[in-house]
Design a protein around this ligand. Sequence first.
Ligand SMILES: [Zn+2]
Length: 444
Amino acid sequence: MSTIITEKDQQAAVKTLERLIAVPSYNQPAEAGAPFGRGIRNALDEMMKICDELGFKTYEDPDGYYGYAEVGSGEKVFGVICHLDTVPAGDLSKWDHDPFKGMVVDNAVYGRGAQDDKGPGIAALFAVKALMDQGYHFNQRIRFIYGTDEEILWRGIAEYNKKEAPIDSGISPDAEFPLIYAEKGLQQSYLVGPGTDKLKISLQNAFNAVPDSAVYDGPRQDEVKAALDRHGFEYTSDANSITVIGKSVHAMMAPKGTNAVLRLAIALDEVFDFKPLDFIGKLFKEDATGSNVLGDVKDESGHLTFNISSLEINEKETRMQIDLRIPVTVDRDKLIAELSEKVAPYDLEYVHFDYLAPLYVPKDSALVKTLMKIYKEQTGDSAAQPQISGGATFARTMNNCVAFGGMLPTTPDYMHQANEQWLLADMQKAMEIYAQAIKALCTD
Ligand SMILES: [Zn+2]
């Protein structure tokens, strides 16, 4: 198979990536026409200009939520879903160079967004440009779709899906090669019940992490300590409070962590007679697959994970915050109905907060098979397997879409970190893989 990407294509892609990195685009307060701040809108404007110059037809949402660039003709649309926002630079003293200059340092494109996600987006764009220059005729429309709020709440891509027709298939170059064909459904919710005047605690944590400490400064501490001792739960204490110690992991790996909030709740449940606490103490216990409540819920994408991260009890109410990662083939409505039923005897009510539908494109689909074949041919990694992820990419927001690259398994990971950079050689490899893949999928 002959190579598509030339030295010249690669150089043009690097120059353009430098240009895009030089437009800082992390979330800032909204302005007119810039719902996520001026910087992100500027990056969207710049991206549209770049695509125009390359010969794509562009459309920019007048409200500044998204844009897209298209080449080819026909009814069908193959989407390439990218995002133009980045996380902020963070502590500037940790960077060796300006994160927003846009330059090559030590054979790598350097700066915020080089890996996530400006770099992979540009690599895929210039892969298509190379095919255009070589006279390939596309048998469907190839549409680069640019989201603007991936790092926070996905409002840009939600707006796209509200205003535009669905694509037929596609890729999101915002993760790792070979490809991710399954991402669990992500449900964040509350369990809410009555309050009590006997007990007051406020353990507030992020939805998506297993809490590694839980402080108790209420009454009956000696009894609480005795309960913790009976279970062999680790804690420290002083004259005023007890701190239960756990081990933090991302919620998608909750069963591998030690949840300090659960451990404290189990101990409190043995000291205080309060029904909502029985849900944790008598039923849920410490099993973060939720199997004590819902049975063994699993499929090829793995087990259900069930993280209880926050617990608030006061005179008015009890509130637990939960993060469920639901296996891709499990019926979410049924699962939620069952959970609602199971918590009711503990005076708890299930309350929805947010949901991201799963990504699932079967391994034997034409899309996955073709992309895997190209990846193996291009890398020689014949043992590569399509991957499952507990995380979330834009691929799950679109029909028949998988996360495909742009990081190789050997690429050092700089995403969201200081000194973000992407090795030129890795970028070139990614471009070649994208070019071969789009040639295989979108030309005759
Ligand atoms: Zn990203």
